[in-house]
Ligand binder design. Structure first.
Ligand code: GTP
Length: 239
């Protein structure tokens, strides 16, 4: 079994909360409301995975499966520049896969195997967002079983990539938090228990005061629950 690698999220308290960064061989899910920062963390990781190990990266490339057209190259440029990286080179190491529907999304994840086998040094696969297509396409109770079966298949593909090639999987998921849920647990995350069981780390992102963000680690099997505060700036994620 290969040694687990860690990718920095850009903020030390945030890294500490999740045990040192986003882990390879695991699935990490961030969920939260619109504008809570899920896509920002995704962009940050697409850059930091490329850093050398002594700076919190894995000196590697990533795949960004974009389902809602949220990928912003200009945001990558800002974050890359903040780390003193050449933004052209950084963008070349992000393999963008635009998924037009859930079947396409499933296929894109399967294709990552081929990309790695052809020699790409992929250490991170981002799916932003995991559920958008599934939620839009499978509406109503009668389609729920099919949806969960397809989702399960997709998550198995991702989990296999994680363990076979020592890759980190990072998923975003939009949820509506209850107004009274700030200190408690959020409402059921979309995806239900299929996703709940697949994710090793689940992080709930919330908007705080004065542009701050709160990350809360929930249902982690190995780490204590807890929260930390971080900021989203022009340079990306910071303490
Ligand atoms: P949805 O994708 O809409 O569900 O939300 P999300 O959780 O992915 O939100 P996203 O990651 O897109 O976060 C958007 C927020 O990030 C904005 O409201 C800003 O507060 C912040 N943000 C984005 N870009 C910048 C930037 O360049 N500078 C600063 N300071 N903040 C930014």
């Amino acid at each position: 079994r290969k040694e687990v690698g860690y990718i920095t999220v850009g903020s030390e308290p945030f890294n500490e909360l999740i045990g040192g960064g986003i882990e390879t061989q695991s699935i990490t899910e961030v969920f939260g409301e619109f504008g809570s920062g899920k896509s920002q963390v995704s962009h940050e990781l697409a850059v930091t995975v490329q850093l050398p190990e002594e700076q919190g990266g894995l000196d590697a490339e990533c795949v960004f499966i974009d389902t809602e057209n949220t990928f912003r190259p200009e945001r990558i440029e800002q974050i890359a520049s903040a780390f003193g990286l050449d933004h052209q080179e950084v963008l070349q190491k992000i393999h963008i896969a635009r998924a037009f529907n859930s079947a396409h999304q499933i296929l894109m994840a399967e294709k990552v195997n081929e990309l790695i086998q052809s020699g790409s040094n992929i250490k991170l696969v981002i799916v932003d967002s995991l559920m958008a297509h599934f939620r839009a396409e499978y509406i109503g109770r009668e389609s729920l079983a099919t949806r969960q079966q397809k989702l399960n298949q997709h998550l198995h593909t991702l989990q296999n990539i994680a363990t076979t090639y020592n890759v980190a999987i990072f998923l975003t998921n939009q949820v509506q938090a209850r107004p009274d849920a700030f200190f408690g647990s959020p409402t059921k995350a979309i995806g239900g228990h299929v996703l709940g069981h697949a994710s090793t780390y689940r992080i709930w992102l919330k908007k705080g005061l004065a542009g701050k963000r709160i990350a809360r680690l929930v249902d982690s099997p190995h780490l204590p629950e807890g929260e930390c505060v971080f900021k989203i700036t022009a340079d990306g994620i910071v303490d």
